[in-house]
Design a protein around this ligand. Structure first.
Ligand SMILES: [Fe+2]
Ligand SMILES: [Fe+2]
Length: 306
């Protein structure tokens, strides 16, 4: 066994009691919900094709352009669940408490793409054929997080679940459709619980390995990129989403980076060692940099991913 593999196994083993505790809390907190109850079926009509209904055309869309963009990005991002499952199942394992979490998380996530797509189709939000073509390309490409250690993987999912929560929540608020807002708030509530699981697990990791965990968090935040950044035409959509205020660097700082830095008490952690102290400084500089850059999305992919 290589040294890196032995280290990975040690970290996963030492964190497993925390996984068990947080999984129990998650199961006690998560509220049962049924996706079909959130879809406005009465607004739907048959499409062209085998059912000989009405083809989609742009004037059928009642939602603003930036909301159409964010729904496409959020939906395609959720569509890549098979890749995310592979990522965490191979990194965290399929046995014990880790495995129970991985499968439970996957079951919960699996609702998001299906219910969002049903909503988008029922409301005729975007061209369903273009959407399906994008899905085939996006899911066909697959997704690799590039996380190098379990601590990097944990830091990434912590940030990503919170960013995802915010993207769904803000898309709902901006959509101007009470049914859509209710649906996206419901999905955001799931993402929030996922974030709390990972964030509190990461707090345990910080207590066990302060320097290495903080360095992983700094690495992840400095290079954070949403899985949706791989979507064809992402930059164009991200620019409109940023301009609308649904998700941009200001949102990323105020609702993702700053709350995590506060909750994990990043600035007051002690006993970090040289690497950890360096990471603390890097994180401080990162927050300042985000504050200076204003609301644009910068290179578009740096802050975004639902
Ligand atoms: Fe999701
Ligand atoms: Fe999630």
């Amino acid at each position: 066994m290589t040294e890196a593999l032995a280290e990975t196994e040690r970290v996963l083993r030492e964190l497993e009691p925390a996984v068990e505790r947080l999984l129990e809390r998650h199961l006690a907190t998560a509220r049962e919900w049924f996706p079909h109850q959130y879809v406005p079926w009465s607004a739907a009509r048959d499409y062209d094709g085998p059912l000989d209904g009405t083809a989609w055309s742009p004037e059928q869309t009642a939602l603003p352009q930036a909301v159409q963009d964010v729904l496409v990005v959020n939906l395609l991002t959720e569509d890549n669940l098979p890749s995310y499952h592979f990522e965490i199942a191979t990194r965290f394992g399929r046995d014990g408490a880790w495995g129970t979490w991985v499968h439970r998380w996957t079951a919960e996530e699996d609702r998001h793409a299906s219910v969002l797509r049903a909503y988008v189709h029922a409301r005729r939000v975007v061209d369903p054929i273009a959407l399906e073509n994008l899905r085939m390309r996006h899911v066909g490409t697959g997704y690799h997080s590039g996380a190098t250690t379990p601590l990097h993987a944990l830091a990434y999912v912590t940030v990503q679940e919170l960013a995802t929560r915010q993207a769904h929540r803000n898309a709902g608020t901006a959509c101007g459709d009470q049914v859509g807002e209710q649906l996206m708030a419901r999905i955001a509530a799931d993402e929030n619980l996922h974030m709390l699981f990972y964030r509190d697990l990461f707090a345990d990791a910080l207590a066990l390995y302060p320097g290495a965990a903080l360095a992983a968090l700094a690495d992840v935040l400095e290079h954070f990129e949403m899985p949706g950044a791989m979507i064809p035409g992402f930059r164009r959509r991200a620019a409109r989403i940023a301009a609308s205020g649904i998700y941009n660097l200001d949102v990323h700082l105020e609702h993702v980076v700053a709350p995590l830095v506060r909750a994990l008490k990043v600035t007051s952690l002690a006993g970090l060692g040289a690497v950890g102290e360096q990471a603390q400084e890097r994180l401080g500089a990162h927050v300042e940099q985000l504050a200076e850059r204003g609301p644009e999305l910068g290179n578009c992919s740096s802050a975004w991913r639902p």
